[in-house]
Design a protein around this ligand. Structure first.
Ligand SMILES: Nc1ncnc2c1ncn2[C@@H]1O[C@H](COP(=O)(O)OP(=O)(O)OP(=O)(O)O)[C@@H](O)[C@H]1O
Ligand SMILES: [Mg+2]
Length: 269
């Protein structure tokens, strides 16, 4: 569980970036954190991870105030995947990079190997275990970041723009895997994304930031119901929401939509 209570934050002596934010993310939720560029999404997630601390207000992780903690203290509870994958790379091989966290936890070599291989496989990187991480493509580096976070088996994953640089197939694989983790292991997922289709398809709840203010906290269904003007927050309607409304077909995925459309058309003929 992650809770923010009346949190305010500014970098150095700059303008306020997070304004009086209060929200609570319960265990097992799948939440999309949305908002235009510079709205404060990354900053809020950095506050959740104790990478920075509030100017005022409090953050609680599993009920404990994290004001005196550092990211390493939270590493076994919250896995964090940076928006910029280059910032996270520390080791000389993909395997060592993913093993870094489990090694810090002083797990046995057998347990480390098992966890690393499972994480690499989940992210489709098993054939790159010996590669030098900096030579990977941007998309592969994003998946490496996710694999490194997964290898620590955290209860919560905060993922900042992880679908950037992935082709459609890689995106689907990654998101389907995260959905499975969320459903089967009740891992809490906080997904920061600009991709409205992904947010609609995978997240049950959305939190929207606009210029550092929390302007929406509710279900994604409610967010994309066509009633709100999302443009004022710099967001767009997901294509599937537009199509669903136009054809009066409720479908979570393109495949579902096509199937239902065909059935409808077939029935009407
Ligand atoms: N290290 C920093 N020092 C000073 N200002 C910063 C720093 N990082 C972010 N900011 C500023 O804080 C505000 C919020 O930035 P943040 O990166 O949290 O937004 P974001 O919603 O993640 O944006 P994006 O969608 O582009 O990733 C912006 O005005 C940004 O310029
Ligand atoms: Mg960001």
């Amino acid at each position: 569980m992650i809770e923010a209570k009346a949190v305010n934050f500014a970098y150095h002596r700059g303008e306020p970036v997070i304004n009086d934010i209060t929200c609570k993310i319960e265990d097992g939720e799948f939440v999309a954190l949305l908002g235009h560029n510079g709205s404060g999404k990354t900053t809020l997630s950095r506050l959740f991870m104790a990478l920075v601390h509030p100017r005022s207000g409090d953050i609680f992780v599993d009920g404990d105030n994290i004001e005196k903690l550092e990211p390493a203290d939270l590493a076994h509870q919250v896995g964090y995947v940076f928006q910029n994958p280059d910032l996270q790379i520390l080791e000389d091989t993909v395997f060592a990079e993913v093993a870094y966290g489990p090694r810090c936890k002083k797990l046995s070599e057998t347990a480390i190997k098992e966890q690393v291989q499972a994480a690499l496989q989940a992210m489709g990187l098993e054939n790159l275990a010996d590669a030098y991480p900096r030579t990977l493509s941007f998309g592969q580096k994003r998946r490496l970041g996710v694999a490194a976070a997964l290898a620590l088996n955290p209860r919560t994953l905060i993922l900042d723009e992880i679908t950037n640089g992935q082709d459609e197939q890689e995106k689907d694989n990654m998101m389907d895997y995260l959905q499975k983790l969320n459903k089967e292991k009740r891992i809490t997922i906080i997904l920061i994304t600009h991709d409205m289709n992904i947010a609609r398809q995978y997240a049950k709840r959305a939190i929207v930031l606009n210029d550092g203010n929390l302007v929406f906290d509710g279900t994604t269904q409610d967010l994309y119901n066509g009633v709100r003007d999302l443009k004022e927050w710099g967001l767009t309607q997901p294509i599937m929401a537009i199509l669903s409304a136009a054809f009066i077909i409720s479908a979570p995925t393109v495949e579902d939509f096509c199937e239902k459309l065909c059935l409808k058309e077939g029935g009407e003929r």
